[in-house]
Design a protein around this ligand. Structure first.
Ligand code: NAP
Length: 258
């Protein structure tokens, strides 16, 4: 392992959704490098045609000396979400961190471009997913009297001038408000809920969207998000909760780089 890792997540168990590639894979690998046992999940069969599977991510983690389990889970399907959480408990006995990362990015399309089935698919992954996954881990986190839920937000969810469009921006704005309300609700159980806005990334998903070419050179590799995700993962409601934080401001307006 590289020197910058200091086992900040030793003994912790984390679930990262949408970890077959992109940001989810980068966060899962960072958590494992910091000593966490990581459950990496994605759909059994991706309809996107993009590269990457949860099994590959888990293999990469194990090859680097970490601990990981790959599970198939469509986050918009309650039964699959409950099964993922059940298997995590069976395997590792606890859940300290949930990263609601799985998402569908429909960017730069107008209302008339967006067919109703695409609308439903995006809302199901981006909003219903965090709802179902958070709901499923709560009993365990409440019993543990601690936990951290990280929801992946977006600058598109706060600023319509970014041009994300009606669908993606609406789902991310909803994720932001979902997170603020859930943070209030879970304070009494010492569970942190924060929103991590990663900024523009060079992921497989964004590379497949022509719209992202307009700022491609300003985008960064998803690995850049790792340290800020680790910082949020080790928080509880007594230390840091109910915040919308920008990855680019990590170590400046929030968090400490150690
Ligand atoms: P990506 O490369 O397209 O990866 C998306 C991940 O989500 C894949 O692992 C995909 O898995 C999974 N996924 C999609 N729908 C799912 C579902 N219903 N159930 C389970 N998994 C599902 O995208 P990314 O760029 O890494 O984005 C990850 C997150 O960051 C998203 O929430 C996105 O909105 C957010 N974000 C991205 C950027 C950016 O610039 N890329 C910026 C801000 C925020 P399978 O298809 O293999 O099942």
């Amino acid at each position: 392992m590289q020197e910058r890792y200091t086992n900040k997540m030793d003994g912790m168990v984390a679930i990262v959704t949408g970890a077959s590639r992109g940001l989810g894979r980068a966060i899962a690998k960072e958590f494992a490098a910091e000593g966490a046992k990581v459950v990496v999940s994605a759909r059994r069969s991706s309809p996107t045609g993009l590269t990457g599977t949860a099994v590959e991510t888990a293999n990469q983690i194990r090859d680097a000396g970490g601990e990981a389990m790959a599970l198939a889970c469509d986050v918009s399907d309650e039964e699959q979400v409950m099964a993922m959480v059940g298997q995590t408990i069976d395997m590792y006995g606890r859940i300290d961190v949930l990263v609601n990362n799985a998402g569908v990015m429909v960017l730069g399309e107008t209302l008339l471009d967006i067919a109703p089935d695409i609308w439903d698919l995006s809302v199901a992954a981006n909003l219903k997913g965090p709802y179902l996954c958070s709901r499923a881990v709560l009993a365990t986190m409440i019993e543990q009297k601690s936990g951290s839920i990280i929801n992946i937000g977006s600058r598109m969810g706060s600023d319509h001038e970014q041009g994300g469009g009606v669908l993606y921006s609406s789902t991310k704005a909803a994720v932001h408000m979902f997170s603020f309300c859930l943070a209030d609700e879970l304070k009494e159980h010492n569970i942190a809920v924060n929103i991590l806005s990663p900024g523009g990334l060079k992921t497989e998903g964004s590379a497949a969207i022509p719209w992202t070419q307009r700022d491609w050179e300003q985008r960064v590799e998803p690995e850049a998000v790792g340290p800020s995700a680790v910082y949020l993962a080790v928080q509880d409601a007594s230390t840091f909760t109910g915040r919308l934080v920008l990855r680019v401001e990590f170590g400046e307006t929030w968090g400490k780089v150690s």
